[in-house]
Design a protein around this ligand. Structure first.
Ligand code: BTN
Length: 255
């Protein structure tokens, strides 16, 4: 169960708790499709997600009752579809700002919106938008954030508790409340057209920004350094004296 009274205008004011579900993003999509009036800021949260979805067709695994696994429904009608990356930046920096109050260094956002501690992933975000004309209608912001889980099959995964070595479990309701407050703060920034400051902190806290590393495109590795993102969110990588721009599915980080 989650009981929260977030200090927000609308985010998390309506909360639907599901002891178990396939995917909170899918549940949110069904709520929207059902035609009922869904309030902006509604959160669907579960303790046991049995078919969690990630980016690039991946799955999202989380042990039961240990982590935050939820979807937030937003209605960013003010955002043009071509500006949808602004929402990725606002949400990922919201998660980053929340964690930054609890973790002393080592945090970053891996383009486009994975939450990293050093070289390990601790959170993922799956944003699914529906369009209304040229603008976004609904946005389903799915967040999986590892909080109390201490054992992972994947050696490149970690959690808040593993990082801080907190002797006690974190209170998930308290974590959710604070996280939603940070996300709303950044969401209101893009609503008020203040995207630039968010983009600056996104770049300042980006995983492997301005460092030389190997990347992979179409199975071929190349050496490059990330130098920025363009206005649509494409990743700009300098390589062999030129700058190439990549869409999300076009390039991979080599670990
Ligand atoms: C990724 O890293 O690839 C994104 C993972 C997103 C997982 C969350 S958990 C809550 C929501 N429901 C889903 O099915 N996926 C997202």
């Amino acid at each position: 169960m989650y009981k929260i009274q977030p200090n927000t205008l609308f985010t998390g004011k309506t909360l639907k708790y599901l002891p178990s579900c396939h995917s909170t993003n899918d549940f949110a999509a069904q709520m929207i499709q059902s035609g009922d009036n869904v309030f902006e800021g509604t959160v669907i949260i579960t303790d046991n997600q049995t078919a969690g979805r990630g980016q690039r067709g991946n799955t999202w695994e989380a042990s039961v009752g240990q982590n935050l696994t939820f979807s937030l429904i937003l209605k960013p009608n003010f955002l043009k579809a071509s500006d949808q990356f602004q929402l990725n930046v606002a949400v990922s920096m919201g998660v980053f700002d929340f964690l930054n109050e609890l973790i002393d260094g080592g945090l970053s956002v891996k383009w486009s919106n994975d939450i990293y501690f050093e070289d390990q992933k601790m959170g993922g975000i799956l944003i699914e938008n529906t369009l209304q004309g040229y603008n976004i209608g609904y946005s389903i912001v799915g967040i999986g954030l590892n909080i109390n889980q201490v054992e992972f099959q994947n050696i490149r995964a970690t959690s808040l508790r593993n990082i801080t070595r907190n002797p006690q479990q974190y209170d998930l309701s308290e974590m959710l409340k604070k996280l939603l407050e940070h996300i709303e703060k950044n969401y209101l920034k893009i609503k008020n057209n203040d995207y630039e400051s968010l983009k600056i902190s996104y770049l300042n806290n980006m995983y492997r920004f301005q460092e030389w590393h190997y990347f992979r495109k179409n199975g071929q590795q190349f050496l490059g350094q990330i130098i920025g993102i363009d206005e649509t969110g494409k990743l700009a990588i300098e390589t062999e004296g030129m700058v190439l721009y990549f869409d999300f599915k076009e390039v991979e980080f080599v670990v």
